[in-house]
Each structure stands twice: as structure tokens, then as C-alpha cells.
Design a protein. Structure first.
Length: 218
């Protein structure tokens, strides 16, 4: 059971985020579960905006795992190069497509454990697919959510796995899928990594860690 002060803070943050982003869209453009999986994989160390510019070219060539296996790793790499880490990502996309065709009858696996066995698919990527494609309550924590959770005193900032555990403990399961998107959008608009004004940020000005408050910027 949370102390009332902590409970009130958590509920207030959730209420504020819901007020700013009552119906947050999925930031990565996709057509189905497979194209979502590939898009999330490409978003590692790359902006969603850039991924959304590149995936139309990739999916025009191959928008399903079977067709993707007919492309060479080099062809995939040439298309996705602007997303960064193209040698690793192209190999992962090609190999996971082969596995989906050979082992899952062309369908993206529906469990977290199976998704995490696919090349290039880490815990966060698997959780995004579970949340956004299958509607399973999940709380994908990227570096942005990790940073904000620490700024707001919701987690100790030790690592992303600990932040995930803390956020799942603090917030009701039924809002996890929407809440992780709300935090992402809020971070982009009001709580960026650099040049952040704690005094004007709606949440940091109210709940930000005092040790991080240094006048104008973090």
C-alpha cells in the first residue's frame, strides 16, 4: 500500500497526462503486427519521425515476412541505412522474418517470451508489440520514460528494468498501455532531455526532484 502522499502524487500525474493526451496515437506508422514489429526494431537509437519516413520504402518492397525473406540483407540495409545501425538491423529483420515464416506459419508470435527470442527483439520491443498490437497490459520503458520516471521521483533511476517494475507497481494495470504513450508524448513536448526548464514543466515544477532543479535547466 502506497503512503497517501505518494498515492496522491501518482494519481495526479496520471490525471495530468490524461488531460494532455487523452487518446495518444501509436507514433510508429504501421499496417499490421508484422510492420509494427519491424518499425519498433528500426526505432532503436532512431527517432520515430525518421522511421516513419523510411518504412514506406521498405514496406513497398516487402510488407510481410515471406516477401521480406526474398530480399537480400544488403537490399534491406540499403533502404534502412538512414535509421542507423543498418548492418545489425538488416540482418535481424531478415532472420526474424525467416523464423516467423518457418516456425510461426507467417504470423508474429503472440507471447512476450516468444517475441524476445526473435533476433533484434529486446524486452522493450516485445512489450511494445504486446501492448500496441495485442492489447496485453505492458509498460515498455525506453530511455525517455526512464529519464522522466526519475525526474518525477517515481523510480530511483537504477536501470530501465527497475523503472518498469516501479511504474507497474505504482500505476493501475488497465492504464499501462495508454500511459507509456502519454509519458513519451509529454516528454517530447514538455520534458525534453536537454534545455529543459523545470520551472515551466507542468509536472517537474510540481513533482520534480529538488536535486535536479537548477534554476532554468536540468
Amino acid at each position: 500500500m502506497l503512503p497517501m502522499s505518494k498515492r496522491a502524487k501518482v494519481l495526479d500525474i496520471a490525471k495530468m497526462l490524461n488531460g494532455y493526451y487523452p487518446d495518444p496515437p501509436i507514433p510508429l506508422n504501421h499496417q499490421d503486427t508484422y510492420t509494427l514489429l519491424v518499425s519498433v526494431l528500426l526505432s532503436a537509437q532512431c527517432t520515430d519521425e525518421r522511421v516513419n519516413k523510411i518504412t514506406p520504402y521498405l514496406f513497398d518492397k516487402a510488407d510481410n515476412p515471406l516477401t521480406m525473406t526474398t530480399l537480400s540483407v544488403e537490399q534491406i540495409r540499403d533502404i534502412i541505412r538512414p535509421c542507423g545501425l543498418s548492418p545489425q538491423k538488416s540482418k535481424a529483420i531478415h532472420k526474424l522474418s525467416e523464423i516467423i515464416v518457418d516456425e510461426y506459419q507467417g504470423k508474429v508470435p503472440r507471447t512476450l517470451e516468444e517475441l524476445e527470442t526473435l533476433p533484434g527483439v529486446g524486452h522493450k520491443t516485445a512489450q511494445v508489440v504486446m501492448a500496441q498490437a495485442y492489447g496485453v497490459p505492458s509498460f515498455p520503458v525506453d530511455t525517455h520514460i526512464h529519464r522522466l520516471a526519475f525526474r518525477w521521483g517515481l523510480s530511483n533511476g537504477k536501470n530501465v528494468m527497475q523503472t518498469e517494475k516501479d511504474l507497474k507497481r505504482l500505476f493501475p494495470e488497465e492504464i499501462w498501455n495508454k500511459l507509456h504513450l502519454q509519458i513519451i508524448y509529454f516528454g517530447r513536448e514538455y520534458c525534453p532531455a536537454r534545455g529543459h526548464d523545470f520551472g515551466t514543466c507542468p509536472i517537474c515544477s510540481k513533482y520534480g526532484r529538488k536535486s535536479l532543479y537548477k534554476g532554468a535547466t536540468s
